[in-house]
Design a protein. Structure first.
Length: 257
């Protein structure tokens, strides 16, 4: 139960802080500020809940890790359910707060939901939105797979993942308002009106396909050798035990004092 609660909580924080920066503060901090908000909060959650659940916070990530054999497929449905529920809960609390501002209209403002055509910040069409979400989700999941590899520097996975999420938002906020995460898209869409709900399918399908593509691309670049791979949960923990494990694989005996 603890990993599922961690996924719920982590996704709640990601959506509340990331989308909250867009809904409550975008006029003051702009695209760059919103991008940094998403990246920094994910970085924080990786170290806060990563040791408990692996800190997926994203159905596309969970799918990519499952297809890469770094996550137990039996837990995939419950992880995704926890993530979606966390995003919905965060969106609801954010909606209650936003309602406290006179004249606020979640439908008119878009409530940080994702969209294409007239609902795109710069009116990008469906094809452009789909390609952007697919490619950038592939980049995100590929970064996670690579940074949690056994040979990656210990303890730095969170930094790489947080940075790439910032870059992804800088690129795609004008295109789709940036999803790369079905849970993040579903939550705000439920409060942004029927037009947002009608378009949310793209922000479920494209990221999931991107997560699957990342798993296939990573497998083609690096063999899925259990000696060279470790579960994401272990990859995100900068613990002394990891250093010992790597030294053992390399045939180096630890120094005893």
């Amino acid at each position: 139960m603890r990993p599922y609660l961690a996924e719920f909580f982590g996704t709640f924080v990601l959506v509340f802080c990331g989308c909250g920066s867009a809904v409550l503060a975008a006029d003051h901090i702009g695209y760059v500020g919103v991008s940094l908000s998403f990246g920094f909060v994910l970085l924080a959650m990786i170290y806060a809940v990563g040791p408990i659940s692996g800190c997926h916070l994203n159905p596309a990530v969970t799918l990519g890790l499952t297809l890469s054999r770094k996550f137990d497929a039996a837990r995939l449905p419950a992880y995704i359910a926890a993530q979606v529920l966390g995003a919905i809960a965060a969106s609801y609390i954010l909606y209650l707060i936003a309602q406290g501002r006179p004249g606020f209209d979640a439908i008119a403002t878009g409530f940080a939901s994702n969209g294409y055509d007239l609902r795109s910040p710069e009116h990008y069409n469906l094809a452009a939105a789909f390609i952007a979400e697919f490619v950038l989700t592939t980049l995100l999941v590929l970064t996670i797979l690579g940074s949690t590899n056994l040979k990656a520097p210990v303890g730095f996975a969170g930094v790489a993942i947080g940075i790439v999420l910032v870059v992804i938002h800088l690129v795609s906020i004008p295109v789709t308002n940036t999803s790369v995460n079905p849970a993040r898209s579903i939550g705000p869409a439920l409060f942004a009106g029927w037009a947002a709900i009608q378009q949310v399918w793209l922000f479920v399908v494209a990221p999931l396909l991107g997560g699957a593509a990342a798993a296939g691309l990573y497998a083609s670049m690096r063999a899925l050798d259990p000696v060279l791979q470790m579960p994401e949960r272990q990859g995100l923990q900068a613990l002394a035990g990891e250093t010992e494990q790597r030294m053992e694989k390399a045939g180096i005996k630890p120094i005893e004092f």
